[in-house]
Design a protein. Structure first.
Length: 255
């Protein structure tokens, strides 16, 4: 009896003309609410994805997608390794060689700067990193000249240096002990200034060509290789580690 009364009341409410109008309004409000909520969620997701992309690009700076390092105190056979990568890893689009040195740069009446000098092949570097987008084509071409150097925006600002200026580079090619260093000096011409927006890079990084490296440091060894990867960076890096058995890191592992 109770069930009959309840079902009767429900049926009269549902099929009453005014109730049908009310239900129609409620359904439309529910649909509108779901559309607004779904649209808001999609908008927030799109914005966050955009932020993520921008932040990744900012953090990556001028690093390539992945970097392969030589084992400690060893050098890389650039030609052989490049051949293996190109033949067996189609996801790797480009490879560029490099090596690293530390030096002191200075200018009269200014405090000297300790910098990390990266030796690069300008024509190959622009295929693996964003350095090419931060420098003019004239600067990249000029890097091939002997004793040419590219420095960061913050370093140039602190030393009041402009493109075309000369600076003094102090470095060592050998030492017996930490207490017996022999510093040599040479003059380098600043042919370009880059600005990544990351202070550590803009104040402490400098770039020279292999021609300049051979002139100053008396060698053209490759101690690391930069890779431009098309596709899943993590999977490619894992496969490269397994195949080459060498230290290799995705750019985000460097932080």
């Amino acid at each position: 009896m109770r069930i009959y009364i309840i079902s009767t009341l429900i049926s009269r409410f549902l099929f009453n003309a005014s109730s049908i109008s009310l239900l129609r309004s409620m359904i439309l409000m529910c649909i509108a609410s779901m559309i607004i909520a779904t649209g808001s969620l999609a908008l927030v997701t799109a914005i966050m994805n955009g932020y993520e992309t921008v932040i990744h690009k900012k953090l990556q700076g001028i690093n390539a997608d992945a970097i392969l390092y030589a084992p400690t105190h060893e050098t890389l056979n650039y030609q052989v390794i490049t051949s293996i990568i190109k033949n067996e890893f189609p996801a790797v689009k480009h490879v560029s060689p490099g090596n690293t040195h530390h030096a002191i740069i200075g200018k009269k009446d200014y405090e000297p700067y300790v910098i990390e000098i990266h030796t690069i092949d300008p024509l190959e570097e622009i295929k693996t990193s964003t350095l090419g987008t931060l420098l003019s084509s004239e600067s990249l071409s000029a890097m091939s000249s002997h004793n040419s150097i590219v420095i960061g925006h913050q370093c140039a600002k602190d030393l009041d240096i402009s493109a075309g200026d000369m600076l003094t580079l102090m470095y060592t090619t050998h030492y017996d002990t930490c207490n017996n260093l022999s510093l040599e000096t040479t003059e380098c011409k600043v042919v370009g200034i880059f600005n990544t927006g990351i202070d550590d890079i803009d104040s402490r990084y400098a770039y020279i060509s292999f021609n300049t490296c051979k002139t100053i440091f008396a060698h053209e060894d490759t101690t690391y290789m930069q890779l431009s990867i098309n596709g899943d960076i993590a999977l490619t890096v894992t496969a490269l580690k397994k195949r080459l058995n060498m230290p290799i890191f995705a750019w985000y592992e460097l932080y």
